[in-house]
Design a protein. Structure first.
Length: 363
């Protein structure tokens, strides 16, 4: 593999056969046609493998919610602090990323890439996991699965704003309907817990986490064509490492922590923050972004199912019903957003916690 001396410019690359091959393979345009050709050939030969890798990635992301709750514990039985879980998972993924980038001889991002990567750090490495960790000390993982199911739709709305895409009216209508469903769900749950009309304050944290992740994924998408999909999450974790690693050591718990909490912590650091992205991105490349990205609709249901054995949470038909309604809204909203005519070069969300991928049209 030859190292590329110049990464993608801020403007879209010309539609040449070489660049189309590289985008299809998920590698940087200058990395060499050899790797792109080998990967691109596999696109037509392994659609089923791509679909299964996509499902595997979604499953890893889905288990994030119950594993985070295992790591942080509850208000009545706290375990690891949300700050330690957030910074520690990023530090663990950052160390793995350093090894990966060195082993693959990945080039250092250019100056224009650092700002989008920095925003991705704030959104994906700090904002989303921190707000999620605090919320999951209060609400169940099944409850959080309903709220975070809005992530693909919110990401599409953020993309329309940040990337200057022209979203159809239906996309905005679906966003409003999805928000109303989450609002009603929150009010119902608050009434069940306290008997009063109001909201679960933790739901505001979950919505904040969704918005933070959306911005992180959108700005990560802006450098994906230049760096390669898997390398984006690696550079995000490496950029955060000078802060996350020493902070993890400072915040290391002094009190005894349950083994299950450490298992949850290691899981979110290795699988949620790192390995899951590799399976997801490779699945998108092998099976086609448009086809494989639909598997993310399984995520809230997988989170609810995973919480049953891991946290002994009961299967709640109301939660399942609202999850299905939100997912249906997301599915319809995605169809409207995909049909939109972009005002600027397009990059669409195709991930659960949730990486960006180019559209299948671009591939």
């Amino acid at each position: 593999m030859t190292e590329h001396k110049s990464l993608a410019p801020p403007h879209p690359l010309p539609e040449t056969p070489r660049n189309r091959l590289c985008r299809a393979a998920g590698v940087a345009p200058g990395e060499g046609v050899g790797e792109a050709t080998r990967s691109a050939r596999s696109l037509g030969e392994n659609p089923n493998l791509g679909m299964w890798l996509g499902v595997l990635g979604v499953a890893m992301f889905a288990v994030t919610l119950p594993m985070t709750r295992l790591a942080t514990g509850t208000v009545d039985a706290p375990q690891l602090s949300p700050w330690f879980v957030t910074l520690g998972r990023a530090a663990l993924a950052g160390v793995c990323s350093v090894l990966f980038l060195l082993a693959t001889r990945s080039p250092v991002p250019q100056r224009q890439h650092w700002k989008p990567l920095g925003i991705a750090v704030l959104g994906n490495a700090v904002g989303y996991p921190l707000l999620l960790a605090y919320a999951l000390r209060v609400v169940t993982a099944s409850h959080a699965a309903v709220i975070t199911a809005l992530l693909p739709l919110v990401s599409a709305v953020v993309a329309a704003w940040v990337l200057h895409q022209r979203a159809r009216l239906g996309c905005w209508v679906c966003a409003v309907i999805g928000s109303l469903l989450v609002l009603v769900f929150s009010v119902l749950r608050a009434q069940q817990h306290s008997g009063d009309f109001g909201f679960e304050w933790a739901d505001l944290l979950l919505l904040g986490a969704v918005i933070a992740a959306s911005f992180g994924y959108i700005f990560g998408a802006k450098v994906t064509p230049a760096l390669g999909a898997e390398r984006v999450i690696c550079w995000v974790c490496v950029m955060a490492l000078p802060v996350t690693l020493p902070a993890t050591l400072v915040l290391w718990p002094s009190q005894p922590i349950a083994t299950s909490a450490w298992v949850g912590f290691v899981y979110v650091g290795l699988f949620s923050m790192w390995i899951g992205f590799f399976a997801w991105y490779r699945g998108l490349a092998l099976g086609g972004a448009l086809r494989v990205s639909q598997t993310q609709l399984l995520q809230p249901f997988l989170s609810i199912l995973a919480a049953i054995p891991l946290l002994r949470e009961p299967l709640d038909l109301v939660t399942l019903g609202f999850a299905a309604a939100v997912v249906a809204t997301v599915l319809v909203g995605k169809k409207f957003s995909q049909a939109a005519t972009p005002l600027a070069p397009r990059a669409t969300i195709a991930a659960p916690h949730f990486p960006l991928a180019t559209t299948k049209d671009d591939i």
